[in-house]
Design a protein around this ligand. Structure first.
Ligand code: 5GP
Ligand code: MN
Length: 339
């Protein structure tokens, strides 16, 4: 994929524009942090900017600078959002590269006369945007937002608010700086962000030590009662029903991190969390080593993502999805056990 160069971006943004920034369904810290960092930056450059989310987002993101102005899609906001998207000159699409990931916003964005700019780090991007800033070697979209601001010669405009949004995205997408994507460059950018004034310890606490009592009790329940270790396949599995989510008053984001406990078991190659959501059964995959869960998710569960962290969905029932998953393990037994 050919990226748009700096001059073309400078030209594109040379006069004030009406800009919408959107990101994927159920945004995580990278998705929302990138969107807010870019929004703050573009506003200081004189553009009119609105961040639109295709859904609500976890409570541990409700401190991010500027998040109170985000409009999330709901029955009440649908018409307002449609108008904003149709009136926009430019739509920035952040942290996704397949339009299906913005769910109900997909058709509205596709139909909008606005030009699109994709900034993303996921593999196998779709070609829906006129302008692209894509790099699958970036640890996070937030890293690309940093690069984008540098590319446009505006390093001096990175203030504390932008720095904290970028920090949050890079911290979470690198698993707190431990996944293989944590390069020297990641640490160099992080050092810059701390220099600018991002409070790393505060951000870590706000994101990771922001649970409700219910969430912790749910995690305890899931770990002791719901984790299945399929030793023959080096696989750990959580299956969570809608009733169980309800029992623990589960909120958006409460199941985040569950699947990581599965992959933390010694000798496990793949972990999956199969969760019965309102609209579909959603699945999170994690792996270690060469087992590519993005390919697994793309081939069997309408998904994708990164080699060691991916997701997908299923329109089958929860039970049928689990059966399908377990049957697939036989096909992948060799790969899972010689990883
Ligand atoms: P999580 O399991 O944390 O929800 O998602 C892990 C990664 O998988 C995300 O960063 C994203 O790249 C990818 N991902 C999650 N769900 C989907 C999906 O439905 N489709 C695609 N293409 N990627 C997904
Ligand atoms: Mn990301």
């Amino acid at each position: 994929m050919q990226n748009t160069n700096g001059e073309q971006f400078l030209e594109l943004l040379s006069a004030p524009k009406n800009i919408v920034i959107t990101t994927h369904f159920k945004p995580d810290a990278d998705a929302l942090g990138s969107s807010l960092a870019l929004a703050i930056y573009l506003k200081t450059k004189g553009h009119t900017v609105q961040v639109i989310s295709p859904s609500d987002y976890p409570r541990f993101l409700n401190w991010l600078p500027g998040q109170e102005e985000v409009i999330s899609l709901s029955e009440e906001t649908k018409i307002q959002i449609e108008t904003l998207i149709n009136k926009a000159d430019l739509i920035f699409c952040l942290d996704f590269s397949s339009l299906s990931r913005i769910n109900d916003l997909c058709d509205i964005v596709r139909a909008s006369p606005a030009e699109k700019v994709m900034i993303d780090h996921h593999l196998n991007p779709e070609n829906f945007a006129e302008y692209k800033f894509w790099n699958c070697n970036a640890a996070a979209t937030a890293e690309l937002i940093y690069d984008f601001i540098i590319l446009l010669g505006d390093q001096h405009l990175i203030n504390i608010a932008i720095a904290e949004c970028i920090y949050a995205g890079m911290m979470t997408d690198t698993g707190s700086f431990r996944y293989p994507c944590t390069t020297k460059k990641v640490h160099q950018i992080i050092a810059e962000l701390i220099e600018i004034g991002a409070d790393n310890s505060k951000i870590h606490r706000l994101i990771y030590d922001n649970s409700t009592e219910n969430r912790l009790r749910f995690m305890g329940y899931a770990l002791s009662e719901k984790m299945e270790v399929l030793g023959e396949f080096n696989t750990a599995l959580f299956v969570i029903s809608a009733e169980e989510l309800q029992r623990f008053d589960s909120e958006t984001g409460d199941t985040e991190g569950l699947v990581n406990y599965g992959i933390s078991i010694d000798g496990i190659t793949m972990a999956a969390a199969i969760i019965e959501r309102e609209d579909a059964v959603k699945i999170s995959f994690r792996s270690v080593g060469n087992f590519a869960v993005n390919e697994f998710a793309a081939l069997h569960f309408e998904g994708g993502g990164h080699k060691n962290a991916s997701g997908g969905k299923s329109s089958l029932s929860l039970e049928e999805t689990v059966e399908k998953f377990k049957n697939l393990l036989h096909l992948y037994k060799e790969k899972l056990t010689t990883n």
